[in-house]
Design a protein around this ligand. Structure first.
Ligand SMILES: [Zn+2]
Length: 213
């Protein structure tokens, strides 16, 4: 896999390209013109958050955990449950949204635990976990375009990471395979077998995984 610096660079660089493209597309549509600047900004932020803070490498890279400071404990159960270097951490579309949902529910769970501890010591607290759930649902229902853009940014931010991993493992083999001269059958066959490893991008039941070092 590319190292962390390369992944971070690719995340930021791709967001710098994607945000203006998103702005141009929205601006060209009369019904979306007013939203264009905010949609582009939301996509930019969500894309970078997904690639840098909610990185697919949260499955086992402790350096990514350190970016969360004290909050890194939130990701310990995730690290224990999610198979390392697999579709559920590095696949497209579902895994980045799963990380977002996981983080939200961990925040709700954390607030519930705080409330219970406070109650044990006789301290009355407002129902924090209900309030945050209510605020979240209200935000999503009142701002469906921005909610969908946030989800899209999380998907694109993680996709840049996963595709970079794919290019360095399975994808590179595909590229080589295309340029292997005819007659080197055994070499080409071996490369084809390696190329199958890209199934982890799409298939939750695949036992293949990206090759990380
Ligand atoms: Zn990775």
């Amino acid at each position: 896999m590319p190292n962390r610096s390369v992944h971070d660079f690719l995340t930021v660089a791709s967001s710098v390209v994607l945000a203006p493209i998103t702005y141009s597309i929205c601006h060209s549509l009369p019904e979306a013109r007013d939203w264009a600047p905010i949609v582009a900004a939301v996509l930019f932020v969500a894309h970078n958050l997904s690639g840098i803070l909610f990185s697919p490498d949260l499955d086992m890279d402790t350096h990514i955990h350190k970016r969360w400071g004290m909050l890194y404990v939130v990701w310990i159960p995730y690290q224990m449950v999610i198979p390392h270097r697999h579709f559920w951490s590095h696949g497209l579309v579902i895994p980045p949204l799963l990380r977002l949902a996981y983080f939200f529910w961990m925040v709700v769970l954390g607030m519930y635990v705080v409330e219970q501890i406070a109650g044990y010591f006789g301290i009355r607290m407002p129902p924090l976990q209900q309030s945050i759930t209510h605020v979240f649902l209200e935000l999503v229902s009142e701002n469906p375009v921005y909610a969908a853009t946030t989800a899209a940014g999380f998907v694109t931010g993680a996709a840049v990471h996963s595709i970079a991993d794919w290019l360095v493992s399975g994808g590179k083999q595909v590229v080589r395979m295309l340029f292997v001269p005819p007659g080197r059958g055994a070499q080409k066959k071996a490369m084809t077998q390696h190329a199958v490893s890209s199934r982890w991008l799409f298939d939750p039941f695949s036992s293949d995984s990206p090759r990380h070092v």
